[in-house]
Design a protein around this ligand. Structure first.
Ligand SMILES: NC(=O)c1ccc[n+]([C@@H]2O[C@H](COP(=O)([O-])OP(=O)(O)OC[C@H]3O[C@@H](n4cnc5c(N)ncnc54)[C@H](OP(=O)(O)O)[C@@H]3O)[C@@H](O)[C@H]2O)c1
Length: 199
């Protein structure tokens, strides 16, 4: 499996490699990047997840603990569902508990995997990120996959509770802080994979 090969070298996975790992077959880099960048139309495919694009047959994530941020919608939700379908324990990180619960229930039903957990965090707040890691470590001793998916674009200047420009805080600093706080547990889990959107 591509993701296992990459994991041995502890290199971050590209989006293309991750999709290839999920599909269990090679993916044309140009085509997958184009499809991804096409944006909304393509996203609908992910959102409504006709999971035929994410077959479970050749890909088992049984026994793996995977955290997905921004898991209540879009790419994050599709990824959480695909991982749950592959048998992973999925820790969904969502900003809004109600939206998170709704997505969790849908993912549990569609994947028939009850090992789907929900942790609430506002990733624009560094205190909330630290609290998230504390909550996670209270329940889990391992983390095999961290998917820093959550992100947003804010028109005009807005500041986070920490006084940082909002897009910078959520899209850049939050993944950096979260990954660093989880680095020890990721390393200790040996087959860790990091994935971060370059959008
Ligand atoms: N779709 C594309 O074509 C594309 C292209 C390039 C890059 N990307 C990147 O890929 C990622 C996913 O994109 P998407 O299109 O799936 O976006 P999306 O549907 O808007 O989902 C973004 C997710 O991030 C969460 N989020 C935003 N701010 C947050 C915060 N402060 N704390 C916690 N969660 C927060 C959202 O939660 P709420 O529901 O609570 O808002 C939502 O679950 C983003 O990082 C985006 O920048 C997407």
């Amino acid at each position: 499996m591509i993701h296992e090969q990459k994991a041995r070298g502890a290199e971050p996975l590209s989006f293309t490699a991750f999709i290839a790992a999920c599909l269990g077959k090679a993916v044309d880099e140009d085509k997958s990047v184009q499809a991804y960048r096409k944006g909304r139309n393509q996203l609908v495919l992910f959102q409504d997840v006709d999971i035929s694009i994410m077959p479970t047959v050749n890909s088992s994530m049984q026994g793996k603990i995977c955290m997905v941020t921004g898991a209540n919608s879009g790419i994050g939700k599709a990824t959480a569902l695909a991982l749950a379908q592959m048998g992973a324990t999925v820790v969904m990180v969502c900003r809004d508990r109600a939206r998170g619960e709704e997505a969790k229930s849908e993912i549990t039903t569609k994947s028939r995997n009850n090992a789907v957990d929900l942790l609430q965090a506002d990733l624009s707040s560094q205190q909330s990120i630290r609290q998230l890691v504390e909550n996670f470590q209270h329940h889990y001793t391992h983390l095999h996959v961290l998917i820093n998916n959550a992100g947003a674009a804010f028109p005009g200047r807005r500041e986070s509770v920490d006084g940082l420009e909002m897009t910078f805080a959520v899209n850049y600093l939050a993944p950096f802080l979260l990954t660093n706080l989880l680095l020890d547990v990721l390393k200790a889990s040996c087959t860790s994979i990091g994935l971060h959107s370059d959008g």
